[in-house]
Design a protein around this ligand. Structure first.
Ligand code: GRG
Length: 299
């Protein structure tokens, strides 16, 4: 990959194959219960940057993994992500009406449907990971199921969300904010990278540790940039309601550090992530480019 244009082509190819794989894997809207299946497809298809699938494929490229294995893993991680968005948007949590540029699932359908969409997407994700062959041995594949489960559960994303809900109206320390975000946003991003890396040639332990550190830094980076965009960008560009963190009195990197320092922290995390990847060689090219993309993105 020599140019920005090569990366853009790779990104677009992965986004397209992810869309195709998601569409083929989800139940058709005509199949009963039709309203639930239609709402699942509404939530998942035709939107989102697909950052987690891109990270799965980028890590898979590092270990020369089979592209069809990576598609299945990418879909599983994206389904967990979409379930979290659907539930997060519900009135009992963030109470939002706009996601990916269209009405949220509970607005377009109803609350009970949104709850079930999230539930069904979550279980569908694990079904995908349990089917077919994704790793060298059944035990290794079982380990992948366990990794996604722990990244999504009370020690990962769901736990981070619980801390987030409890923090509204309070100022958190920097350590507390980091503890929350490493779980809420970071755990799934880190899992996407590690799962992609488990689908191909085994990585030497030292490189596995480097990749895990990169995953942790990129997960945090994603959230710092998300906080900056929430404060700076407009609703039309984001495709979701802008300025919600301040409106809801939520602790963020911007409220804690101010915009300038939050931006500087993002650059620090990026530099650390890139230097961590340096010993991994030329096959880490997409992981490097994605870290840059996460910082420079505008939505
Ligand atoms: C409900 C268990 C449960 C968890 C919710 C991840 C999460 C926890 C809530 C999402 C709310 C939110 C705005 C989190 C901040 C970071 C984030 C995950 C943003 C959205 O991810 P993007 O930008 O979205 O990758 P797209 O739409 O591009 O996929």
């Amino acid at each position: 990959m020599n140019t920005q244009a090569d990366f853009a082509r790779w990104m677009s190819a992965v986004q397209q194959r992810t869309e195709t794989a998601l569409g083929a894997g989800l139940p058709p809207a005509s199949q009963p219960p039709a309203r639930l299946h239609e709402a699942m497809r509404y939530a998942v298809l035709g939107g989102g940057k697909r950052v987690r699938p891109l990270l799965v494929h980028a890590a898979g490229h590092l270990v020369e993994a089979d592209a069809e294995r990576l598609d299945r893993i990418a879909c599983a991680v994206e389904l967990i992500h979409v379930y979290s968005l659907v539930h997060d948007d519900m009135p009992c949590m963030d109470d939002d009406v706009l996601r990916r540029g269209k009405p949220t699932v509970h607005v377009e359908y109803d609350e009970a449907t949104a709850l079930l969409v999230g539930d069904a997407l979550q279980t569908h994700a694990f079904e995908l990971l349990a089917q077919g062959t994704l790793a060298a041995t059944p035990a290794a594949q079982l380990g992948m199921v366990a990794l996604l489960a722990s990244a999504s559960g009370s020690h990962g994303m769901a736990g981070g969300q619980a801390i987030d809900l409890a923090a509204v109206g309070r100022q958190l320390s920097r350590a507390e904010l980091e503890f929350m975000h490493i779980r809420k946003t970071g755990a799934l991003i880190r899992a996407a990278i590690l799962l992609g890396a488990r689908a191909g040639n085994p990585l030497p332990e030292a490189n596995h540790e480097r990749l895990d550190h990169y995953g942790k830094q990129v997960g945090l980076l994603f959230q710092v940039v998300d906080d900056i965009l929430d404060a700076e960008a407009d609703t039309a560009t984001l495709g979701k309601t802008a300025g919600k963190d301040a409106d809801h009195d939520k602790p963020t990197y911007v409220s804690l550090l101010g915009l300038g320092e939050a931006r500087a922290y993002a650059e620090e995390l990026l530099a650390d992530a890139l230097s961590t990847l340096a010993p991994l060689g030329p096959r880490a090219l997409y992981l490097k480019a994605l870290a840059e993309f996460i910082v420079r993105r505008s939505f």
